[in-house]
Design a protein around this ligand. Sequence first.
Ligand code: HEC
Ligand code: HEC
Ligand SMILES: [Ca+2]
Ligand SMILES: [Ca+2]
Ligand SMILES: [Ca+2]
Length: 480
Amino acid sequence: MACIAGLRRARGRFGAIALLSVIAGVLASLLLHGAGWAQSPLLLAGGDTTVQNRTSQGYSQPAPNLSPEWLALHQVGDRHFEAAFVTPPAPVNGGLGPLFNNTSCTGCHIRDGRGMPIPGQLLLRVSLPRQGLPNSPDPVLPAPTEAAPVLRANAHLEASVSLGNAPPVPGIGTQIQDQAVYGYVPEARVKLRWQEQPGTYADGTPYSLRSPQFEITLPSGDPLPSHILVSPRIPSPVFGLGLLEAVPEAEILALADPDDRDGDGISGRPNAVWDVEQHAEVLGRFGWKANNPTLLQQGASAYINDMGVTNPLFPEPDGSYEIDAHTLKANTVYVQTLAVPAPTQRQDPQVLRGERLFNAANCAGCHVPTLRTGTHQVPALANQTIHPYTDLLLHDLGEGLADHRPDFRATGQEWRTPPLWGLGLVQTVLPYSGYLHDGRARTLAEAILWHGGEAASAREAFRTMPEGDRAALLKFLNSR
Ligand code: HEC
Ligand code: HEC
Ligand SMILES: [Ca+2]
Ligand SMILES: [Ca+2]
Ligand SMILES: [Ca+2]
């Protein structure tokens, strides 16, 4: 009796659950439809790798379409990305330094997003000017030491210089390591202060833009000689990058318009950089100046330069290394397969208006909304329609943003168009994050107001918009 009653109760409950789930299903499909989910493929920013996650973990999700084998490798890579290296000898993760900037990938790429413009996260790339090289070493610069890790990767440096890349600074190489393990001296001490400059929108609303000033002091107490070129860069977000690696070269080159044949004021040039594995000059895709060809090489150079950890691509002089090929591979697969967060779903009229304004101002001339991936070693990344808002090309953004330091074919005024996907999560993932290559922009509006050069007319379009239009454009960016 009790049994039958129980059964009946249970059946009643199941019935209710079934009915509820039908209602929920209908509601959900109505909602999704109403939200334009079905109509707007732009919401699948990363194609099948897209995740619905707008939390502080929004950049840290594995692509949902990975096979169990690739997911397992992603998870191994996740641990390597988080591993903090320590002074050798140590049983695990020894090999830090002797010179370094930070002890782990995640120490700079916080929650897989961007880092802050502060020493320890912001990197200073340095080089000598191509012309007017001093004949004798600068007496102020430190003598080359065993410690300088970049100088050890000599063959590659020579190859890059022969490709026209900026020559390394004697004793420092191409990156300032401002940290050192016990017994070694950091290459320099870096202090940063901000300079404000006022401006006004066309409607009279004032704004203030800040730019960084660096005080770089050598161990001798001398300032870094002023002829040395310095390029400050914050850590860029690391999700969705496998998709950008999988975009066929031909698709990127087709977007280039070096002589501005179509007369829209926007050119766009590919960078060509040294591929350490292939021993060849190839298209550059990663870094703020598209100065790295592949995610493998980007990760390997981060190990050697940012943490002082030798690896199969950048070994010790005797050919040995501190992390093996499998570690490097898993770490690479990790950044290749981090999912792209979906833009917010609502079909908000203000967001739609912002999108129209984005296109009308020709922001999309560089921040190209849609690309298609080709083949990739990771099958989950292949043949995806994606919405990164980049052309992966170099553009002259004017004097205001110039670092005056060439990087392979990029001039001192050129930067790679950064992707705008996930932009609305930046402050959720890391509050007070900055935008642009050195993190100078505190808000998206400031980032746009810094645009010059090829993007001057896009910036003016924004600067002269009525307040409501500016708000709509920003809301669109924040919805990505
Ligand atoms: C000291 C801080 C720091 C550490 C540590 C660091 N990075 Fe970076 N990372 C940066 C900076 C700065 C950039 C931009 C570099 C440039 O423009 O040249 C960058 C760029 C990248 C990019 C390219 C992103 C893009 O959109 O083009 C990848 C991938 C990357 N890092 C992976 C790693 C991995 C993997 C590790 C650990 C092995 C690591 N990073 C460690 C600071 C760091
Ligand atoms: C001529 C090409 C070009 C045009 C046009 C252009 N941008 Fe950019 N944008 C860039 C480049 C290159 C950068 C990186 C500059 C830097 O870091 O110094 C950038 C950076 C940004 C950033 C900061 C991204 C980040 O990750 O920090 C935002 C936001 C942005 N652009 C939005 C816009 C909007 C909105 C428009 C239209 C009003 C626009 N851009 C027009 C090329 C362009
Ligand atoms: Ca080491
Ligand atoms: Ca150095
Ligand atoms: Ca053009």
